[in-house]
Design a binder for this molecule. Structure first.
Ligand SMILES: [Zn+2]
Length: 277
């Protein structure tokens, strides 16, 4: 009995030692036009090794895996981010997955996400960091163009973004799943970024279809929010009219243009469930 008690105490990890998701700035601040932050890439790498976000001025998508930070730009050709680059919005953690699985397609993002939620997320009220690594038959991804104006609306950002379609591509998708109660600080549900194995293509994931992938999941009980120490954050009006923003975003998506080598077509539907292996 004493041994059992000792074992239970040994396994009883302090709440402070549970894996943690860290959020720098909030999605509402971002929607309110806070496109400049004071977090550097160098500091980000000291606090985590896995994360997604963007760069000041919304200059492309941020992709951090194994402590290496990549800037995925609207012009294509991702480049390594330098330690002095600044970040206005990021979500990150130190990734140490507890669950892994292999999935075989064909299956689209909806089927893959559903399978992961049902089979690999034991608790819908906590946070998850997820890595999908392997072969994708298609990935549709976007990257925003740096905004020249500090007061560009989020609809301007969408209007000027690039949308890329990649086919038969090897790479890694990383990101987070958050419970709905996080809305306003982050976004409930999935947020994933992609980088190809050869690091030449990537973006914020809009949709995908898998060939065969390895799935790694880390459950996180702790959630930390860091706020920008920046005048544009202090002065922002965060009492947002979300309905108005949603309408603006929908209108700009309807009229959005895409680059010549890109498509803005709706995702292909490939119904069916991926096979768990
Ligand atoms: Zn993103």
């Amino acid at each position: 009995m004493k041994t059992l008690l000792a074992l239970a105490l040994l396994l009883n990890v302090s709440p402070f030692d549970q894996p943690k998701m860290v959020q720098y700035s909030t999605i509402d601040a971002f929607l309110a036009g806070v496109y400049n932050g004071d977090l550097t890439v160098g500091d980000l790498k000291k606090q985590g090794d896995f994360g997604i976000g963007t760069f000041n001025g919304i200059d492309g998508e941020l992709f951090m895996l194994d402590g290496e930070v990549t800037q995925i730009r609207a012009v294509g050709n991702p480049v390594p981010a330098t330690d002095d680059m600044l970040i206005p919005f990021a979500t990150f953690c130190t990734f140490s997955p507890g669950h892994t699985a292999t999935l075989a397609g064909p299956a689209d993002d909806e089927a893959v996400y559903k399978m992961i939620e049902q089979r690999m997320f034991p608790n819908p009220n906590v946070f998850y960091a997820v890595e999908l690594e392997g072969t994708f038959t298609e990935v549709i991804a976007r990257a925003p163009r740096k905004q020249s104006s500090a007061d560009a609306a989020i609809s301007d950002v969408i209007d000027t973004q690039s949308v890329f379609t990649f086919q038969q591509i090897e790479g890694t998708m990383i990101g987070f799943w958050c419970p709905q109660f996080v809305n306003g600080i982050n976004i409930g549900g999935w947020h994933m970024h992609f980088l190809s194995k050869d690091k030449t293509r990537g973006g914020h994931v809009l949709s995908f279809e898998i060939g065969q992938i390895n799935v790694s999941v880390m459950e996180m009980m702790n959630f930390e929010v860091m706020l920008p120490h920046e005048a544009n954050y202090f002065e922002a009006n965060l009492n947002l009219d979300r309905a108005e923003i949603r309408t603006k975003i929908e209108q700009s998506q309807v009229g959005s243009h895409s680059d010549q080598d890109a498509v803005s077509a709706p995702k292909n539907q490939h119904p069916g469930s991926p096979a768990l292996q």
